[in-house]
Design a protein around this ligand. Structure first.
Ligand code: ATP
Ligand code: MG
Length: 233
């Protein structure tokens, strides 16, 4: 589905990505772990072309995606659900979801709206509520729902668990699993390594803009170094 090789990104003098290579096979969940400032969000922004790489290869379903802009990336089926759940606070839940459908490739908006409400009954109960008055966890659900309205083949999720109570995190991760089972490939950025390793097939660990470790999530979970550094023992 997605293949990136030797991608470099600079912010002025800051060399934020120093030759990242990773792949997301079709139908899989791949997680990207690492501490603050490691370059996780930068990697997602580079894929969705909010920022331009200085060098490297980005392919989607075998086609080079280096000379395209962010709206062409969206058209190719890659939808980015950014950090800090950026919902439109003055618009209602339903309006936020409709905004997510603007860029989509086909017309099954109504069906997908039903699908989002099916995944997130809490959103259905709050259809006419202004998004800015939702709780943090509900806003995260809305951000994911809005991304689904773009009909993604590949969903880029940036820290869906950030600042959310454990019980809601569990609910959100269950839904991420279901979204994947129904056919969407997922690249999941997380600091909550335990949860991410549990639901993903394969994982990469980023450190200082480089891939420090990678492997099957199950195996990484047993890895002593990973346990010590990222799983609290
Ligand atoms: N717009 C920017 N201008 C300058 N430097 C930036 C910019 N965005 C990010 N950086 C730097 O690039 C590095 C990687 O940042 P990035 O946001 O990708 O980290 P992250 O792994 O997502 O961290 P976090 O877990 O805190 O979200 C950091 O050192 C950060 O300060
Ligand atoms: Mg980040």
């Amino acid at each position: 589905m997605l293949n990136i090789q030797d991608v470099h990104v600079n912010y002025g003098h800051v060399h934020a990505l120093r030759g990242i290579s990773l792949t997301v096979p079709k139908g899989k969940i791949v997680s990207l772990l690492g501490g603050n400032g490691a370059g996780k969000s930068t990697t997602l922004k580079t894929i969705s072309r909010l920022i331009q790489p200085k060098k490297g290869l980005i392919e989607v379903e075998g086609k080079s995606m280096l000379k395209v802009n962010s709206s062409q990336i969206v058209k190719s089926g890659i939808i980015h659900c950014p950090e800090n759940r950026r919902v439109f606070p003055l618009f209602t839940v339903q309006e936020n979801l409709q905004i997510g459908a603007i860029t989509r490739r086909n017309k099954h908006v109504k069906k997908d709206l039903e699908r989002v409400y099916h995944y997130f009954p809490r959103l259905k109960e709050r259809i006419h509520q202004k998004a800015g008055t939702l709780s943090g966890g509900e806003q995260q659900m809305l951000a994911i729902g809005r991304s689904l309205m773009g009909d993604p083949k590949l969903l880029l999720l940036d820290e869906p668990s950030l600042g959310i109570a454990p019980i809601l995190v569990k609910e959100i991760f269950e839904i991420i699993k279901r979204i994947n089972k129904e056919g969407t490939s997922i690249l999941l950025v997380e600091q909550n390594a335990n949860m991410a390793l549990d639901i993903s097939d394969y994982s990469y660990v980023l450190e200082n803009g480089c891939i420090a470790l990678e492997g099957k999530s199950k195996e990484l979970k047993e890895n002593d170094e990973v346990r010590r550094l990222y799983l609290g023992g």
